[in-house]
Design a protein around this ligand. Structure first.
Ligand code: ZN
Length: 332
């Protein structure tokens, strides 16, 4: 009995000893497992870093865009100083040239700009036109215009101009003193001129060639004797005479203000009143006056007319040039 009890105890002791080493190894096994578990984490970690790198590449893109945004604030300070100086110099050099250019194209441009500027400023524009000269009165008209520093348009008639020598002197004087020279037929004899296209063209050509011969200047302005609405011309005005002058490169000009100086009854006061009242009614006036012989009242009225137009009404008084809008009164 004792032997079997001892054996049992021995066996129990062995069992107890044998159990502890087993527990140790199992705990070792657990640590190795835990190591094995952390290892995949460390291998995954670099992959995450790689994706992080692509993100950091993205952030460098953000940085460059941030660089662009840092450039923009440098622009505004450069803008304000550049704006004010560009405005001031354009305002100063406007109406400095006092003498109109003699070159035809430059002269036309010069007056076009003056007229456009005057219209923009609500100033009235006045074209003074003198018909039926030249005569012994023409030098007085030129002197009065000089006194007021303005230029006009002269529609001359060859047969009225007191011979070739006087005609040559006066036509050139008109041009050289800055006025426009237009033609108004050679004879001014309306009954003859409007009798037929043949008669009309013969007279028109004679005057056209006469001006070229005496001045070397090619006319571009025409005024029909009696105007385009003259009772001397019938429907042929539209079908024959107007097309004819235009075929010669002439532009015809009528008027929208008459001084009334064609009437023998008109005194200088009447002429003055007719011109001023007519100009007051419109923005752009083409005024009919005469410097042919017998029109002393016109010359007497002229200083007062210019004084009122320039100093009281602040009108721009200019000659007709190539680009002046024509006043044409012919009606069907
Ligand atoms: Zn006339």
């Amino acid at each position: 009995m004792k032997k079997s009890l001892l054996l049992l105890l021995f066996l129990l002791a062995i069992l107890l000893i044998g159990c502890t080493p087993n527990v140790h190894t199992s705990s070792n096994d657990i640590t190795t497992i835990s190591v094995e578990i952390t290892e995949p984490h460390t291998t995954e970690a670099p992959e995450i870093l790689e994706t992080d790198e692509t993100i950091t590449e993205g952030t460098t893109l953000y940085e460059t865009s941030a660089e662009v945004s840092t450039e923009t604030p440098t622009e505004p300070p450069t803008e304000p100083p550049t704006e004010p100086p560009t405005e001031t110099p354009t305002e100063t050099p406007t109406e400095t040239p006092t003498e109109p250019p003699s070159n035809t194209n430059e002269r036309d441009l010069y007056y076009s700009e003056l007229v456009n500027q005057a219209i923009a400023e609500n100033r009235k524009v006045v074209y003074l036109t003198f018909d039926d000269g030249s005569s012994t009165l023409t030098p007085s008209v030129l002197n009065i215009l000089d006194e007021y520093g303005v230029h006009a348009t002269f529609f001359v008639v060859g047969a009225h101009s007191l011979g070739d020598e006087n005609a040559q002197t006066m036509y050139n004087e008109i041009i050289n003193r800055g006025h426009s020279l237009g033609i108004h037929s050679f004879t001014h004899n309306r009954a003859d001129i409007y009798a037929s296209l043949e008669a009309f063209s013969e007279d028109c050509n004679k005057m056209y060639d006469y001006v070229i011969k005496l001045t070397g200047y090619t006319p571009f302005l025409w005024r029909f004797p009696g105007g385009s609405a003259t009772m001397y011309a019938d429907h042929r005005m539209q079908t024959e005479y107007i097309p004819y002058v235009e075929s010669k490169g002439l532009t015809y000009y009528d008027w929208n203000v008459s001084s009334g100086d064609g009437s023998r009854d008109a005194c200088s006061t009447d002429i003055y009143n007719n011109v001023i009242n007519g100009v007051m009614k419109r923005n752009v006036s083409v005024v009919l006056l005469h410097d042919g012989s017998g029109h002393e009242d016109t010359i007497n009225a002229l200083p007062d007319i210019l004084d009122t137009l320039i100093n009281e009404l602040n009108c721009l008084v200019v000659p007709i040039t190539e680009s002046t809008t024509p006043v044409q009164s012919y009606k069907n």
